[in-house]
Structure formats: C-alpha cells, structure tokens
Design a binder for this molecule. Structure first.
Ligand code: NIG
Ligand code: FE
Length: 412
C-alpha cells in the first residue's frame, strides 16, 4: 500500500509546469503559472495529479490537508551551499563591521583557512551531526534539494571526510543532495600554490573519483585564490574523472571565471557580483546557468549581480543561498527570494522561478524537481495563510511555511 496525501482548497498552486520545460530565461521568467482554488494529489512519493477543486476526482487518500488561504509551491532547490562546516565565524563578522575587508581577514589566517583548521580537527561523526542540524533547519525553511561543496578540508583526507559527510546528508535526511569537490577553495598555509594545485590534481581528484564522492568540481576563481588558467587546468582534470564544472566566478573581481566557465562547459557560474557586459554577452545562448547568491552579496556588502540587465538580453538567472560560515551564514531560501526582489529588482514570479526550476536545472534535477509536474518527486511546501504570492517575499525575514512535504511524506 502506498501513502496518499490530498491537499485541497489551495488558494494558489504555484509553478505548475509541463515536463518539457527545463529552465526559464529572459522574459519567460516573468511568468509563474498559478492554479487558483486547486488540489494536489501525492501518491507514493510522487506528484500524482492536480487541478481545479471543481474537477477533483474521488481519491482515497490516507491524509487530507485543507489548504484554505494558503499557497503550495515546489520546494526550493538550493544549488550552491557549503553546508558542511565545523564552526561559525561571528568574530570575523564583528571585524568586518569595524572595517576589515574579506581579503584582509583572509590574509590574517581568517576566512576559509580558519574554517579549514576547525574542520580538520573535527571527526566525520561530529561534522555529520552538525550538518544534519543545518539540513533540518533548511528543510523547515522550504528547501528540498541542495548542493553541498567540500573546500574546508584542503588536505586529501579532510576533503574526503567532508564529501563523505555531504553524501551522508543525502542518505540520512529527506534532502536530495548533489556534491561538489572544491579542493581549490584556498591555498593552505605552509604550501606553495603550484604544489597545492599538483596535490589537488594528482591526489585529491583521483581519490574523490575512486569513492564517487563528487558529482561536480568547483574552483574559487578569484584574485588571490585561483586564476582563470589554474581554474581551467583543475576543472579539466575533474572532467576527466566524471565531475562536471561549476565555478565560483566574479565575486570580488572580474576574475575571468565566467570565461573559463563557458569555455569548460560549466553547468553554472555562481556569485557574479562583479560581472561585466563582456561576460553577459558571453553567456548568451550557452548552457551555463548564471547563478546569483544574494545572501553573500548582502552579507559582504557587495554589489548585486545586474539581474535586470541579464534578463533583458535573454539570459536565465538562478538564485542559491551559498550557506557558509564566512559570507552567508543562512540557508534561508525565503530570504534569498526576498533579497532577489529587493536588491536585484526581480519580480516575485522571477525570483521563485530562479529559486526552483532554474536551480533544479543547475543541479541536473530538472526531471524530478523544481516544479509541480506529474511524476516529479513530491517535494512541496504549504505556506501559512497569505493574501497573495507577492506577500511571501514582501514579508521578508519571517517563516512563512507551515507544512513541508518531502518525498511524499510530511516532515514536520
Ligand atoms: O562562496 N567565495 C568563496 N567561498 C565562499 C566563502 C567561503 C568562506 O568565507 O568561508 C563563498 O562566498
Ligand atoms: Fe560559495
């Protein structure tokens, strides 16, 4: 016997799509299909059917939820996080308030190296326990699928440890997890960059591949971290081992990260706070998903990616949280949607598209996630009673989700 849930009297069932649509770009992002006064039928972990209440067939459900006054949306897909970390870094937050820059903090052994030191001292089980807590936190906030990067290990053993933890999150929580090897996140102290790159290429990538620990490979392409050429060299090696590229590009400078992303056929280029017209032109017609991380731009007081300009030339845009202890200490996708509206001038419809269907594309989960589509995984949330869809990003910073359903099961 399967488990059937029927949600009735839904004020608005949002993001109802045909399976043929894998992502939205340009002016098409403005449309978010919403079915008013709707029902949603979930069966055996999948979306079995939906429609207007007046067409509701007789369904024998184990559970009926009356969603009067509430919206139902597909769960967020968060395509960029650093969910595995050992400790918070609020002392750097205070340094920044007092005027220190991200680069200055990093130069003083803070930043990524600070997180690496603490992660190296933690066991796999300790890290798993902490990460499961964060996973439960983001589940409650509406996320159903998440990408998790390594990059705070910076040694063979610790990078493997991080990725094992990330894989465990996919098994021990209801989240769908994709993993990314980010050994080239920073150069650890006491080793020269060329030697570290050699270690990434000759030791880490083969070891990660041998255990099939990573779906993707990422590099922090940035001044003072890894150049565009070094990025290319590293991701090409990853590709040989079956890991597709996704790149930290143009966060602090015009680093050439978008160029190398397009050149290596990256699935996404993320951050883009310092993207220029040249990069925007280059992304046109490519398969690489430009991804904004509004939490990091906000937290570090950086410019936001020029989303309107990007949409005007027909580009797609995705939104992820970048949840990490240094530049975005929250994985709250409701807040990311609000920030995208407020700071990047996306409409609520564009922002929800960016955080669901477009991020699903960026994690190669289009077939199963990111929209209300028959046969897709039943990952949805029910909001609290709200006057309209726009009210969700408008009432920013509040928990507006009442019920979370993942894989067809109510999880809270
Ligand atoms: O995406 N930019 C590089 N990596 C992270 C920040 C890492 C950290 O500060 O710990 C980011 O913002
Ligand atoms: Fe990041």
């Amino acid at each position: 016997m399967g488990h059937d849930i029927l949600i009735t009297h839904i004020k608005g069932l949002a993001q109802v799509r045909e399976p043929s649509i894998s992502f939205l770009a340009g002016s098409a992002m403005a449309e978010l299909p919403v079915l008013a006064d709707a029902y949603l039928h979930i069966s055996n972990g999948r979306i079995a059917g939906y429609g207007k209440m007046e067409t509701l067939p007789s369904i024998l459900a184990d559970e009926v939820i009356d969603a009067t006054g509430r919206f139902v949306l597909p769960s967020f897909v968060d395509s960029h996080t650093h969910l595995v970390f050992a400790a918070s870094r609020e002392e750097e937050f205070v340094m920044k308030i007092k005027g220190a820059t991200y680069v200055e903090i990093a130069a003083q052994g803070g930043g990524i190296l600070n997180s690496a030191k603490k992660l190296q001292q933690s066991s796999e089980d300790e890290l798993t326990e902490k990460t499961i807590q964060r996973a439960n936190e983001i589940i409650r906030l509406g996320t159903g699928a998440v990408e998790i990067k390594s990059g705070y290990g910076l040694t063979v053993k610790d990078e493997l440890k991080m990725l094992r933890v990330a894989r465990r999150i996919g098994k021990e929580t209801p989240l769908t997890v994709k993993t990314t090897f980010l050994g080239a996140h920073a150069v650890p102290s006491g080793i020269k960059k060329p030697d570290y790159i050699k270690q990434v290429i000759e030791e880490m990538i083969p070891a990660v591949a041998a255990e099939r620990l990573a779906d993707y490979i990422d590099v922090f392409c940035e001044e003072g971290f890894f150049s565009a050429d070094e990025t290319e060299q590293i991701v090409e090696e990853g590709k040989k081992h079956g890991m597709k590229p996704r790149i930290h590009a143009n966060q602090l400078h015009r680093s050439g990260g978008v160029q190398v992303g397009v050149k290596t056929n990256a699935i996404s280029v993320d951050h883009l706070e310092n993207i220029g017209d040249e990069e925007i032109q280059l992304l046109k017609g490519k398969k690489t998903m430009p991804t904004a991380l509004p939490g990091a731009a906000f937290f570090l007081n950086l410019p936001f990616p020029p989303a309107r300009k990007m949409l005007d030339v027909g580009l797609p845009i995705a939104i992820a949280s970048d949840y990490n202890p240094g530049s975005s200490p929250t994985g709250n996708m409701q807040v990311m949607v609000s920030l995208a509206c407020i700071k990047m001038k996306l409409t609520p419809e564009e922002a929800f598209n960016a955080a669901t269907i477009n991020t699903a594309y960026a994690l190669e989960l289009s077939a199963t996630h990111g929209s209300i589509t028959r046969e897709k995984t039943a990952n949805v949330f029910i909001t609290v009673p709200v006057p309209s869809l726009a009210y969700l990003p408008y009432h920013f910073g509040n928990q507006l989700i009442e019920t979370v359903i993942l894989n067809g099961q109510i999880v809270n």
